[in-house]
Design a protein around this ligand. Structure first.
Ligand code: PLP
Length: 269
């Protein structure tokens, strides 16, 4: 065994998400991010998508049983220091994921409530939003919605900081211990991308310069995966979000012009 493994220092990070054949989002983005941040990456695949930089061509969800088997295989043997959920597709998979998280007592759980790809493809069935709220948010150490996702989850129309805070509180009421409301869709903040962290008591802002690029495929996945890797290594939530914010900023600033459409963020950056 390597020196790292012998010292018992391997941070184990599990992603439960969809596969993006194009390599920019989903499982592929998560594993690349884990690797860059020096966590040992594992995956339970929920759905296979056929996609590239031009968009999603096909979605093939796996049976909930296949998701359950992958989670059990990991939980019964290797274990995980932190877990991320991404594209879950439907309520049967959500229930299987929630049961797995409870069964193994995983606490560092980052829920990225993925709903719709930038190209418009639906990655979560409409009737599954309720399962996401009721079964998964109560298990979340961190939930990382963008503004449209937070609007769907809370029913609040978000414009302005008061509505953002109200939505974050509502998400905490659903049981998430921390909420990171991502400001990437909010262009009112004069050249800045402002993410809001709510820990159930206080709000913290994370600001960075907004980058205008069309090559932002996989940003949400990458950001949540970076938080997960840092939690796996033992950081607290606020510190993990700070590291993830810097990681995603660099990944967007140096994003890759691959393919003919929306290129991926750069995990090497
Ligand atoms: N494909 C999969 C499997 C995903 O999990 C996601 C996002 O979470 C996407 C595609 C969408 O990526 P984007 O909206 O960044 O293009």
């Amino acid at each position: 065994p390597s020196k790292v493994a012998k010292a018992g220092k391997v941070a184990r990070a599990l992603t439960i998400a969809g596969s993006d054949s194009g390599g920019g989002a989903g499982i592929q983005a998560d594993l690349k991010t884990f690797q860059e941040l020096r966590a040992f990456g594992m995956s339970a695949i929920t759905a296979v998508t056929a996609q590239n930089t031009l968009g999603v061509r096909g979605i093939y969800p796996l049976p909930a049983e296949a998701v359950r088997m992958q989670i059990d295989a990991i939980g019964e043997d290797i274990g995980a220091d932190a877990v991320k959920t991404g594209m879950l597709f439907g309520d049967e998979i959500i229930v299987a994921v929630a049961e797995g998280i409870r069964r193994f007592g995983w606490r560092n759980v980052v829920v990225d409530p993925v709903m719709i790809a930038k190209g418009g493809a639906s990655l979560l069935q409409e009737q599954a939003v309720r399962a996401l709220k009721e079964s998964l948010l109560p298990l979340a150490m961190v939930v990382t919605p963008n503004i449209p996702e937070a609007e769907v989850l809370t029913g609040i129309a978000i414009s302005g900081v008061t509505a953002k805070k109200e939505a974050a509180k509502r998400l905490a009421d659903f049981g998430a211990k921390h909420v990171v409301l991502k400001g990437g869709h909010d262009v009112s903040e004069d050249g800045q991308a402002v993410d809001l962290l709510y820990d159930g008591r206080d709000f913290h802002e994370f600001r960075s310069a907004r980058r205008d690029t069309r090559h932002t495929h996989g940003t949400g996945c990458t950001f949540a995966a970076a938080i997960t890797a840092e939690l796996a290594k033992g950081r607290g939530v606020a510190e993990a979000v700070e590291v993830a914010k810097a990681f995603i900023q660099a990944a967007i600033e140096d994003s890759l012009e691959l393919g003919q459409g929306h290129g991926p963020t750069n995990h090497w950056a």
